[in-house]
Design a protein around this ligand. Structure first.
Ligand code: MG
Length: 232
């Protein structure tokens, strides 16, 4: 087993429970912006529609086709359009509310804090590599209480690149003084975290809680963060 010195974690869906936090936030946006009074009476249908648009726009953002601001408000605008509400102002209002509320949420993935405390005790240096936005990610780290575990926060904004591009992994090595051989990427997104790290020549630990089948061979694969404590 290689001796890792630097553990690079993804944040959303890997440590910070994006699913739970986003669901809670979306519910608050729905209420704060009084969407029921605008005719959207089925909350679940609203959430499903939002998630579909959000996923497509994130893929477009990762591929460089749209900018951050466009992603942020268009996911709500397209959702409203599906409910026959052509209200640009409301879309911007929802976007602001969502961005304000989301990073104040603090739910973590099971065993995340335990894993970080264990790794710190083992003497690893830990960092984050995230495609999320810098100020948002910093706030999530602060409110969830895990900020002190990390040395460097590598974001797309800072590195001018996005996972899975090799450039963000190379930037991470430069920023931390680590080498690829002593580094491992831990993340939940096969195409983004795991294949990105693989093509950059890093080891990878794939957190796959749903045990989604695939044809790749990450260095490690776990269904629970607890299992990583046996590896590190
Ligand atoms: Mg993730």
């Amino acid at each position: 087993m290689p001796a890792y010195n630097h553990l690079f974690f993804d944040l959303d869906h890997t440590l910070w429970d994006f699913e739970a936090n986003s669901a809670h936030t979306l519910m608050q946006v729905y209420e704060e912006c009084q969407l029921a009074s605008h005719g959207i009476t089925d909350y679940d249908a609203f959430a499903t529609t939002y998630h579909a648009h959000n996923e497509v726009l994130w893929a477009r953002f990762r591929n460089g086709f749209i900018k951050r601001d466009e992603l942020r408000w268009k996911r709500f605008w397209l959702t409203l359009i599906d409910f026959k509400i052509g209200d640009t102002h409301l879309a911007h209002e929802m976007s602001s509310a969502y961005l304000e509320i989301l990073p104040t949420q603090r739910r973590l993935i099971p065993h995340a804090e335990e894993l970080l405390a264990y790794c710190k005790q083992q003497g690893y240096t830990m960092h984050l590599i995230t495609n999320g936005f810098e100020s948002t990610q910093r706030q999530k780290l602060q409110v969830s209480g895990i900020a002190p575990y990390f040395t460097e926060l590598i974001t797309s904004e800072r590195s001018n690149s996005v996972k899975p591009q090799a450039a963000i992994f190379q930037y991470a090595l430069q920023a931390t003084g680590a080498t690829a051989e002593e580094s491992i990427m831990i993340g939940d997104a096969l195409e983004i975290d795991i294949l990105g790290a693989f093509y950059a020549g890093w080891h990878q630990a794939y957190y796959n809680p749903a045990r989604t089948p695939h044809r790749h061979k990450p260095t490690y694969e776990v269904a629970s963060l607890e299992e990583l404590m046996k590896i590190f």
